[in-house]
Ligand binder design. Structure first.
Ligand code: NI
Length: 203
């Protein structure tokens, strides 16, 4: 009888332990994959913002609702990462075909001091016309950079100019403005296309 009671207790402890292990590993896995999970804090990416696009029109988070969004941060003086990303985004939109119209794509400046709407308009005209180029006051840019947890840092150069270090990740948001994942800089194209198709399909 005593032995059976002990066995029962050991079983209870094992089941409880296994349950905790599954819960913890789920959270860890969500964090590693960058997919939203309850309690990971990852879903806290995004939020309200107000910026201006390359035509001078005010754009807020509400203007992006109703369609999923791919958003990335950069600046027009960027020597390679930003033009590469914009060029790649242009080819991805081409590959998406008609589905590309079911997606918002936004390029957000991390360099509001130099990136005026006029400069953004000129710069973005080399890429797919469906890409919105957003900028704003330093305070407005600071707000969205904080909301998206974007790293950006001014780096002074010898010629008296400066460049910007910045997050090169593309943020994927669903039609309700909820963060759903990322595309890393240099990610393989087949994986990128899978992610974009899934995003457009609402999955
Ligand atoms: Ni850049």
């Amino acid at each position: 009888m005593r032995a059976i009671r002990w066995m029962a207790w050991i079983l209870v402890v094992l089941v409880a332990g296994a349950t905790i292990a599954v819960l913890v590993s789920d959270d860890v896995r969500d964090t590693m994959l960058g997919t939203p999970g309850e309690g990971t804090g990852i879903a806290n990416i995004g939020g309200p913002f107000e910026l201006v696009d390359q035509t001078g029109k005010t754009v807020t988070e509400k203007d992006l609702m109703g369609k999923p969004t791919a958003m990335f941060f950069g600046f027009t003086h960027c020597p390679d990462v930003c033009p590469t990303t914009l060029y790649e985004m242009t080819t991805w939109l081409e590959q998406l075909g008609a589905d590309a119209d079911k997606l918002n794509v936004a390029f957000v400046s991390v360099d509001p001091e130099r990136d005026t709407p006029e400069l953004m308009a000129d710069y973005i005209s080399a890429f797919d016309p469906r890409i919105s180029a957003l900028t704003g006051t330093p305070e407005q840019v600071e707000k969205i950079a904080k909301a998206y947890k974007v790293y950006r840092r001014k780096v002074e150069q010898e010629d008296g100019e400066y460049t910007m270090d910045h997050t090169a990740t593309i943020y994927l948001m669903d039609a309700d403005g909820q963060f759903t994942g990322t595309i890393a800089y240099g990610e393989a194209e087949d994986i990128v296309m899978t992610k974009l198709k899934r995003l457009v399909a609402g999955g």
